[in-house]
Design a protein around this ligand. Sequence first.
Ligand code: F6R
Length: 259
Amino acid sequence: MRVVILPSELEAGTFIANIIAEFISHKENAVLGLATGNSIVLTYQALIEQYKDGKISFKKVTTFNLDEYIGLESNCEQSYRYYMDNTLFNHLDINKKNTHIPECFNNEFKATCNNYESMINDYGGIDIQLLGIGTNGHIGFNEPTSSLASRTRVKTLAENTIQNNSRFFDETEIQPRLAITMGIGTIMEAKQIILVGLGKHKSQAIADAIEGPITSFCPGSILQQHDNVIVVIDEHAASKLKLYDYYINTEKMHQQYMC
Ligand code: F6R
């Protein structure tokens, strides 16, 4: 696992955006796995800037999002489709037909989930999967005790996740308790994974994911078993890491010899 600790949230976002920009500039028909949430916004803003500066194009890029709530219309401001359109897609030259989100409006959940898995396979799998991490260690909406081999499926949200995300819903709105999420097994098949964690409130989940035992109690810890993972964190999110100095030194070496 490559652990990159950066002084600020902005630098973390720019760092991730640069990796993606470099990748899509060289890979024809790149397939990206995308996340929603606060932590990834600065990455998306940096990508939009690079696109506006004429440095990159998303015309041939295909995307698959990690998850979507069940029970919200796509034009609902809290849906992840709405988030993706407004935070990223509407500002790029991407063809919306190439942007996939595990939405289900007809209660055919099993078929939707199986179809999502098949589509990812048909596109040759995900090249780079972006992930945030929940304060409870979830990746996607794979809550603690999710099977480490799970596939795309309906998942009941943990109380902690519902509370963390309640800030996006006002009192009159019904907040979904179910979502469709890529499974942990699905995520682990991505060729490369980049996880972002920002802020002190993520420090315990980050420490558990990087330095704790591999356990379904912290779904993010499964990334220790993937051979191409970059964890990008700011100093606050890194504050509970026991091997903090080692990661800083290792990254210095990486920059000196591998870049
Ligand atoms: C979002 C997702 C979640 C978030 C995680 C962190 O699509 O799958 O796992 O990445 O909850 O969210 P933020 O970044 O808002 O703290």
